[in-house]
Design a protein around this ligand. Structure first.
Ligand code: ATP
Ligand code: MG
Length: 295
């Protein structure tokens, strides 16, 4: 098994660490190095999943190339990246993206095609999700008559807060809000249709957009198991909570421990790591139709 990459540091470059990505500023471009860190219940776990970053990088690259929408990706080829002399490119291979630096629109553009997670909770209480009225009598995990757009804001605490579309308009303006909603639907509908043919239901997902030289770009990651809820189409049954594709073993195992979710989480056992890694790779291979090159 390949070794796990939890953190990178590159000589001569300052790093900002997100939950999963290490971000290096190269002027008008960014180097995003996707680590093997995994988060659950809003915590980054002390144990990584070997090559998870490579799965996320490969999948996002696949979608950026397949979807044909304006996006931030320049290259994933580390030999093409303008890095300071002395940087060891080896550990960056397969997990790095050189991207155009954008001014990030501070809205998480969420599209839901199925009723799950916080959407299902809201529907049970209000018959609506983020102010969008839905038909009565829907069950958990039901496919919606048509996908809905349910934006959220990135809260300082790290926990996202759902907002109405009107609130999004107040924050970014009517035209940009409508434009991002249109783009989000287009990406979700195209991506979900392709994924379904390949055996994966994308129940919901989150996009981020940024503005670069006046152009709106799809940024960050796209249609990965980290930014989306993936269900295996094969075992899909409405009326319950389908197992998520990737983090199920991690969440299930954490639930069996005494961990209170309010203090640093415990390390994962090898078996949970191995099975989780296999699920990420399975998603990569199903969607791209290629053998994962880092097996
Ligand atoms: N092209 C881009 N230009 C500017 N920022 C970008 C671009 N692509 C991604 N980002 C930002 O880089 C970060 C990616 O890091 P990561 O996914 O690890 O963060 P996160 O935990 O999701 O969020 P946070 O940044 O709040 O920690 C996000 O903040 C994202 O908005
Ligand atoms: Mg992120």
């Amino acid at each position: 098994m390949n070794s796990v990459v939890l953190e990178t540091s590159l000589p001569g470059l300052k790093v900002r660490r997100g939950k999963v990505r290490d971000i290096y500023d190269l002027g008008d471009r960014l180097l995003l190095v996707i680590s093997d860190r995994i988060s659950a219940f809003d915590w980054v776990l002390p144990t990584g999943i070997p090559d998870k970053g490579r799965v996320l990088c490969g999948l996002s690259e696949f979608w950026f190339r397949t979807l044909g929408v304006p996006n931030h990706l320049i290259t994933t080829d580390v030999d093409q990246m303008p890095l300071p002399a002395g940087v060891d490119r080896g550990p960056l291979r397969g997990r790095s993206m050189l991207v155009r630096k954008a001014s990030v629109v501070p809205i998480e553009c969420v599209v839901r095609g199925y009723l799950a997670g916080s959407g299902w909770k809201e529907y049970q209480k209000q018959g609506a999700v983020c102010g969008i009225k839905l038909p009565v009598g829907l069950n958990q995990a039901d496919r919606l008559p048509e996908p809905i757009f349910t934006p959220a804001t990135k809260a300082e605490s790290g926990h996202d807060v759902n907002i109405s579309f009107d609130e999004m308009i107040r924050r970014v303006g009517r035209e940009p809000a409508e434009d991002l909603r249109r783009r989000s639907f287009q990406i979700y509908v195209g991506g979900a249709a392709l994924a379904e043919k390949r055996g994966i239901i994308i129940a919901d997902t989150k996009f981020e957009f940024g503005i670069c030289n006046g152009e709106t770009l799809l940024i960050d990651e796209v249609l990965t198991p980290d930014s989306s809820r993936f269900w295996p189409a094969e075992s899909y049954r409405p009326g319950g909570s389908p197992p998520s594709f990737d983090k199920q073993f991690v969440r299930d195992w954490l639930e069996t421990t005494a961990w209170d979710k309010n203090s640093p989480p415990p390390p994962l056992p090898d078996d949970v790591v191995r099975r989780t890694r296999a699920k990420y790779i399975e998603a990569y291979e199903a969607l791209t139709g290629k053998v994962f090159p880092w097996k």
